[in-house]
Design a protein. Structure first.
Length: 363
């Protein structure tokens, strides 16, 4: 039976989303002869009247779209539609509007591409509205449970590694400690992988507590060597335990307008007298051309998601595990988070290279 399916991207953008939409469109049309609808601006598009959606066809992807970052469908990354806060302070549940918008399109199934928060919301909407949902993981943080890689993560690691490569000669030229702040709301995957690949001297992540005395010792040891400069990479959420470890610096961590990178740099300067500079990559990690691996995983996930719909297997999340694409219950992915394993191979590798990665007692 011919089906009509929808696809939307939700949450923060990243590299590789257009490759996934392309794969979904090509597989659905070429493989099954289905109709494909692209929903613009995520769940917000389903709330609009008329619904903000467009028909997708293979010709859309004959140009450069595969190589373009972001999502041409647009996305939304703020708020919970079940409890949306309006300008007047009122809290409104818009879930019924979203479900009605979905039904008005006459769709047989929906493919939602999102991170853990977006997937959780989509799952809740699917349960309430009887929506046949298949999920695809995307997040540069790589914290969606059940998958080794999410769309966007590997490109973000490349961007962070390239930043360390570019900071290295500047640090060496001026005998400075360069601090690079990268994204990682609750997980330190970007910092850890880029830190190893880019030759950092210290990697600070939220999963492993660290203290300024140990960090300062590492920086002093580095500067005492012939190298005489240092590279520190820090995940944006890596300072949560530092106030307890270094209470005299608590005032530095009370200002939410100043990122962790600047706070770490200040502490390094205070404890080592080293000259420091800070680079905050921010949204640079999200944009740009997706690398070959993100395009590859996005393509695999897109094709597999369509095949699951053909088999009428719903409430599933396509993931990459043990060098193949499989699917798992969506509930199992959104019920937990994929964080860095303090006892894992990458942490052991970093420490084996002499990189400071926090305190061993917590690993």
């Amino acid at each position: 039976m011919k089906k009509k399916i929808g696809v939307l991207t939700s949450g923060g953008d990243c590299a590789g989303l257009n490759a996934a939409i392309r794969a979904i469109t090509c597989r659905a049309i070429q493989g099954y002869g289905w109709d494909v609808v692209g929903i613009r601006r995520g769940t917000q598009g389903l709330m609009e009247r008329p619904v903000n959606a467009i028909p997708l066809n293979i010709d859309l992807f004959n140009g450069n779209l595969l190589r373009v970052g972001g999502t041409f469908l647009g996305s939304i990354s703020s708020g919970d539609p079940f409890a949306a806060i309006h300008p007047d302070g009122s809290v409104v549940d818009h879930s019924n509007e979203i479900i009605e918008g979905y039904r008005s399109l006459g769709l047989d199934a929906l493919i939602g591409i999102g991170g853990d928060g977006s997937l959780s919301i989509l799952h809740k909407l699917a349960k309430k509205g009887g929506i046949n949902l298949v999920g695809i993981p995307k997040t540069i943080d790589n914290d969606v449970a059940g998958t080794e890689n999410s769309i966007g993560y590997l490109t973000a690691v490349d961007v962070a590694t390239d930043a360390l490569d570019r900071l290295h000669p500047t640090a060496a030229s001026h005998d400075r400690v360069m601090v690079l702040e990268v994204m990682g709301r609750d997980a330190g995957h970007i910092a850890l992988s880029a830190g190893i690949s880019g030759g950092a001297d210290a990697i600070l992540i939220p999963e492993i507590s660290w203290d300024i005395k140990s960090l300062a010792k590492r920086m002093n040891d580095v500067k005492a060597s012939e190298k005489n400069f240092g590279l520190v990479i820090v995940a944006e959420s890596a300072g949560s335990s530092l106030v307890e470890e270094y209470p005299q610096a608590s005032h530095k961590f009370s200002d939410n307008q100043v990122g962790i990178g600047y706070k770490v740099a200040d502490l390094i300067t205070e404890t080592t007298e080293s000259e420091t500079r800070v680079t905050v990559l921010g949204h640079v990690q999200r944009g740009g051309t997706p690398n070959s691996r993100d395009r590859l995983f996005a393509s695999v996930f897109g094709v597999t998601a369509v095949d699951l719909i053909a088999e009428e297997k719903y409430n599933r999340l396509v993931v990459w595990a043990d060098r193949e694409c499989i699917h798992i219950p969506l509930e199992s992915a959104i019920s937990k988070s994929h964080n860095v394993d303090p006892k894992g191979t990458l942490v052991a590798t970093a420490r084996g290279l002499g990189i400071y990665v926090g305190n061993h007692t917590n690993s």
